[in-house]
Design a protein around this ligand. Structure first.
Ligand SMILES: Nc1nc2c(c(=O)[nH]1)N[C@H]1C(S)=C(S)[C@@H](COP(=O)(O)OP(=O)(O)OC[C@H]3O[C@@H](n4cnc5c(=O)[nH]c(N)nc54)[C@H](O)[C@@H]3O)O[C@H]1N2
Ligand SMILES: Nc1nc2c(c(=O)[nH]1)N[C@H]1C(S)=C(S)[C@@H](COP(=O)(O)OP(=O)(O)OC[C@H]3O[C@@H](n4cnc5c(=O)[nH]c(N)nc54)[C@H](O)[C@@H]3O)O[C@H]1N2
Ligand code: SF4
Ligand SMILES: [Mo]
Length: 688
C-alpha cells in the first residue's frame, strides 16, 4: 500500500506535540508517532491520536454561503468576495471589528492583523486569548516585563516540587502531565490545588481542595507562613526584586492567618502549612497554572500572586522552577505574538507607541494610512458595546472562533451578534456563530496548510500540508488577501506562500527576527526570543534579570477579593466550568470525531453526594440548572471528587451549554470573564 507520512504539529492544545499524518491516495487516513520531538517523544493524548478523524468529515464547509431571505445559498467565491468587499468599504473604520483565531497559523494571524489595521483601519481586533490568558499577559508583563511561560516543558521534569493550581494538566495538557510524572519519579512532591479531585489531583502527594475564587487568600496565607518561618529566599529578594516590604505588609495581616485562610478556602490548616514548607524548601519549585487562576474578575490579581510566591522563594530563572502559565489553544501564544490584540502590533509593540506605529505604517505602505494609534475594544467589550451602545459597531469579521458557545452569558452574546448589520464568519465547519452570519466562508484546516504555530513554551513549530482541502475551501490567509485585493490593496497582500508572510513578519518582530523556515524545520524548532540568525533561541526566561526597566521583578501587595457573584439563599451553589479530556471547546472538531464523541456523547453537572441527596437527585438523572442569566437541562453526575457546595459543568456541549449560566463579569484590567465562578440553583425535574 502506498502510504505517505507528513510530520506536523497537533492542532489542539498549546503543548505542541508532533505526530505524522498518514496519507493514502491523497487523503489523510490516520496519525502515526513522530519520535524526534523533545516535547512529546512520540507520545500523544487521545485528541492527538484521533486528530485525523474530523478532517474529511462530510460536514466540512466546501463552498461560500450567502444568506438570502434568511436562508444560506451556495455562492461563487467571486460573488462572496465582491459582496464582502463592497460591504466592508461602506463602513467607517471604527464601525468594524475583527476576531482573529488561536486555531490558525502565525502567518494567518499576521495577515488578519494587517487586514484589520491596514485595510479596515480599525483598532478593534482581538481573539479568544481574552477568555483565556488575558490575565497572564497583563499580570506577568506588569511584574516580570513579559507575559509568557517562563520555562520549557521538558524542564518541568527537573523540578523538586510541582505546584499545580487551577490546571487540570492530565486532561487538558496531557503531555505536560507526563513531565509531572517524570518529576515525581525523580522524587519531586506534587501539590494540587483545585475544587475538584481531577485525574491530575489523583496523582498528587498533597491535595488542597478549596472553594473556587479563593486563590489569593490561599497564596497569601502560604506566604505568611513562609515569612513567619524565615523560609523566604532573602538573597533573591534583595538582588532581583522590588516591593518586598509592601508585599510583606499585606500578607502578614491577620486576615491571612492559617485559621482565617482555612475558613475562607475550606483547606485544613495543616495542609496549608505542609504546602508552604514543601514549596519553599524543595530547592526547585515550579508552579503550573491555567484557567482556574485566570478566569476571574480577580484574574490579574491571581496571576500576580503566583508571581509573588515565586519571587519570595527565589524560584525563577533556574531549571525546574518558574511561573508556567499553560497556554490553551495550539496557537494562542502565536496569535498574541502576532498582535491579534487591541493594544499591540507583533511582538507586543504597542499601538500607542508612536515609533512602533510609524514603523508598521512605513513598512506596510498603505497609501491611505493605517488605524490610528489608539487601543481598541476587547472581545468581551465588543459584545457589551453591541448591546449597550447601538450603532457604534456595525460589522464584524470572525475567523476561527465560536463565541455563540464560548463567550459568557450566551443570551447576551446572541443579542449582541444579532444587532450587527453585517457578519462574516470564516470557519472549517458551520458553527453556532456561523448560523447568525450574512456570509460564511469555507477555509482549510491544519492538515491542508503550511505554516507555523507557537506553543505554550514559546516554541515555534511547523504545520505541513498533507492533503488538498475539500471542495472549494481556501487557506485563511488566501481568503483574507483576496478580500484585501478586492478592496484595492493587492500590493500589500501579494504573498505567494506562508513562508513569504513569515519573512515579512519576522523582519518587523524582534523576538522572531532570527527565525526562518530553514531554521525552524528541525525537531526541536526554536523558542522565542530569537533576535538574530545566530541566536540559539531562549528556552528559559529571566535567567539573570527580568524584562522590567531596572531588570528587577515587582512584588505587589494583593488584597483578597471574592468573585463578583457569590452564592446566596436564592442561588446557593457555586458553579465552576471547564473541560474534559475527550472534547475541545465548542466541539466543532471533537464532536465530529467518532472515537472521541463515543467517550462522552453529552454534557453533565458534577455534584457532591450530599448536595445530590439534599436535592433528591440520583446519578444520571436529568436536572435543571438555573442562574440569573438562563437555564439548561443537564444530566447529574454524582461524585465525591468535587467539593460540597461547588458544581462543575464542561462547556463543550451546545445542548446543555454552560455559558447559558455563566456571568459576563470582567477583570477590570484584562477584561477576562469570570468563567470559573458564579451562583446557580439546581432543581429536580418533577414528573408530570
Ligand atoms: N481536552 C481538552 N484540553 C484542552 C482544552 C479543551 O477544550 N479540551 N482547551 C485548551 C485551552 S484553550 C485551555 S485555556 C486549557 C485550559 O486548561 P485548564 O485550565 O486545565 O482547564 P479547565 O478545565 O478550564 O480548568 C482547570 C481547573 O480549574 C479548576 N478550578 C475551577 N475554579 C477554580 C478556582 O477558582 N481556582 C482554581 N485554582 N482552580 C479552579 C477546575 O476544577 C479545573 O480542574 O486547556 C487546553 N486543553
Ligand atoms: N464557561 C466557559 N467558557 C469558556 C471557557 C471556560 O473554561 N468556561 N474557556 C474559554 C477559553 S480558555 C477559550 S480558549 C475559548 C475558546 O473558544 P473558541 O475559540 O470560540 O472555541 P473553539 O471551539 O476552539 O472555536 C474555534 C473555531 O475555529 C474553527 N477552526 C478550527 N481550525 C480552523 C482553521 O484552520 N481555520 C478557521 N478559519 N477556523 C478553524 C473551529 O471549527 C471552531 O469553530 O472558550 C472560552 N470559554
Ligand atoms: S497533549 Fe495537546 S498537543 Fe499533545 S497530543 Fe494532546 S492535544 Fe495534542
Ligand atoms: Mo483557552
Amino acid at each position: 500500500m502506498d502510504l505517505k507520512y507528513v510530520q506536523t504539529t497537533c492542532p489542539y492544545c498549546g503543548t505542541g506535540c508532533s505526530f505524522n499524518l498518514v496519507v493514502k491516495d491523497g487523503k489523510v487516513v490516520g496519525t502515526a508517532p513522530y519520535h524526534r520531538s523533545p516535547v512529546n517523544e512520540g507520545k500523544v493524548c487521545p485528541k492527538g491520536t484521533y486528530a485525523h478523524e474530523f478532517i474529511n468529515s462530510p460536514d466540512r464547509l466546501t463552498k461560500p454561503l450567502i444568506k438570502k431571505d434568511g436562508k444560506f445559498v451556495e455562492a461563487s467565491w467571486e460573488e462572496a468576495i465582491k459582496l464582502i468587499a463592497d460591504k466592508f468599504k461602506s463602513y467607517k473604520p471604527d464601525e468594524c471589528a475583527v476576531l482573529s483565531s488561536a486555531r490558525v497559523s502565525n502567518e494567518e494571524n499576521y495577515a488578519m492583523m494587517k487586514f484589520a489595521r491596514g485595510v479596515l483601519k480599525t483598532r478593534h481586533i482581538d481573539h479568544c486569548a481574552r477568555l483565556c490568558h488575558a490575565s497572564t499577559v497583563a499580570g506577568l508583563a506588569n511584574i516580570f516585563g513579559s507575559g509568557a511561560m517562563t520555562n520549557s516543558i521538558p524542564d518541568i521534569a527537573e523540578s523538586k516540587c510541582v505546584f499545580v493550581i487551577g490546571s487540570n494538566t492530565f486532561e487538558n495538557h496531557p503531555l505536560i502531565g507526563r513531565q509531572i510524572m517524570k518529576a515525581k519519579s525523580n522524587g519531586a512532591k506534587v501539590v494540587y490545588v483545585d475544587p475538584r479531585k481531577t485525574p491530575t489531583g489523583k496523582q498528587a502527594d498533597l491535595f488542597l481542595q478549596f472553594y473556587s475564587g479563593t486563590d489569593v487568600c490561599l497564596l497569601n496565607g502560604m506566604m505568611q507562613e513562609i515569612i513567619k518561618n524565615g523560609w523566604e529566599n532573602k538573597e533573591f529578594i534583595e538582588k532581583r526584586c522590588n516591593g518586598f516590604d509592601e508585599l510583606k505588609k499585606e500578607v502578614m495581616k491577620d486576615d491571612y492567618s492559617l485559621e482565617n485562610v482555612s475558613s475562607v478556602t475550606g483547606v485544613p490548616v495543616d495542609d496549608i502549612k505542609t504546602a508552604a514548607e514543601w514549596f519553599s524548601k524543595s530547592g526547585a519549585s515550579t508552579i503550573l497554572y491555567s484557567m482556574g487562576i485566570t478566569q476571574h474578575t480577580t484574574g490579574v490579581d491571581n496571576v500576580k500572586s503566583v508571581g509573588n510566591i515565586q519571587m519570595l522563594t527565589g524560584n525563577l530563572g533556574r531549571p525546574g522552577t518558574g511561573v508556567n502559565a499553560l497556554r490553551g489553544q495550539n496557537n494562542v501564544q502565536g496569535a498574541c505574538d502576532m498582535g491579534a490584540l487591541p493594544v499591540v502590533f507583533t511582538g507586543y509593540q504597542k499601538v500607542i507607541d508612536e515609533a512602533a506605529h510609524k514603523k508598521f505604517a512605513d513598512a506596510w505602505k498603505f497609501p491611505d494610512g493605517i488605524a490610528e494609534g489608539k487601543n481598541g475594544y476587547e472581545v468581551t467589550v465588543m459584545m457589551d458595546v453591541l448591546t449597550d451602545k447601538p450603532g457604534e459597531l456595525k460589522c464584524m469579521y470572525i475567523m476561527g472562533e465560536n463565541p455563540m458557545i464560548s463567550d459568557p452569558d450566551l443570551t447576551h452574546v446572541e443579542h449582541a451578534l444579532k444587532s450587527l448589520e453585517f457578519l462574516v464568519v470564516q470557519d472549517i465547519f458551520m458553527n453556532e456563530t456561523g448560523v447568525l452570519a450574512d456570509v460564511v466562508l469555507p477555509s482549510c484546516c491544519y492538515a491542508e496548510k503550511d505554516g507555523t504555530q507557537t506553543s505554550t513554551e514559546r516554541r515555534v513549530q511547523m504545520w505541513r500540508k498533507a492533503q488538498d482541502p475539500p471542495g472549494e475551501a481556501k487557506l485563511d490567509w488566501v481568503i483574507i488577501s483576496e478580500i484585501a485585493k478586492a478592496m484595492g490593496y493587492g500590493e500589500q497582500f501579494a504573498w505567494k506562500s506562508a513562508e513569504e508572510i513569515f519573512t515579512e513578519m519576522a523582519a518587523l518582530t524582534p523576538s522572531y527576527a532570527g527565525m526562518d523556515y530553514v531554521r525552524l524545520n528541525r525537531p526541536e524548532a526554536l523558542h522565542w526570543p530569537c533576535p538574530t540568525k545566530e541566536h540559539p533561541g531562549t528556552p528559559i526566561l529571566h535567567i539573570e534579570k527580568f524584562g522590567m526597566p531596572d531588570g528587577k521583578g515587582l512584588m505587589t501587595a494583593i488584597p483578597f477579593k471574592y468573585q463578583q457573584e457569590r452564592p446566596d439563599a436564592e442561588y446557593p451553589i457555586l458553579l465552576t466550568t471547564g473541560r474534559c479530556i475527550w472534547h475541545w471547546h465548542t466541539g466543532t472538531m471533537t464532536r465530529r470525531s467518532e472515537s472521541l464523541e463515543r467517550e462522552e456523547p453529552t454534557g453533565w453537572i458534577e455534584m457532591h453526594p450530599e448536595d445530590a441527596k439534599a436535592l433528591g437527585v440520583k446519578n444520571n438523572e436529568m436536572v435543571k440548572a438555573i442562574s440569573r442569566r438562563g437555564e439548561i437541562t443537564i444530566k447529574a453526575r454524582i461524585t465525591d471528587t468535587i467539593k460540597k457546595g461547588v458544581m462543575f459543568i464542561p462547556f463543550h456541549f451546545v445542548e446543555c451549554a454552560a455559558n447559558m449560566l455563566t456571568i459576563n463579569a470582567l477583570d477590570p484590567i484584562a477584561k477576562i470573564p469570570e468563567s470559573k465562578a458564579c451562583a446557580i440553583k439546581v432543581e429536580k425535574i418533577q414528573e408530570a
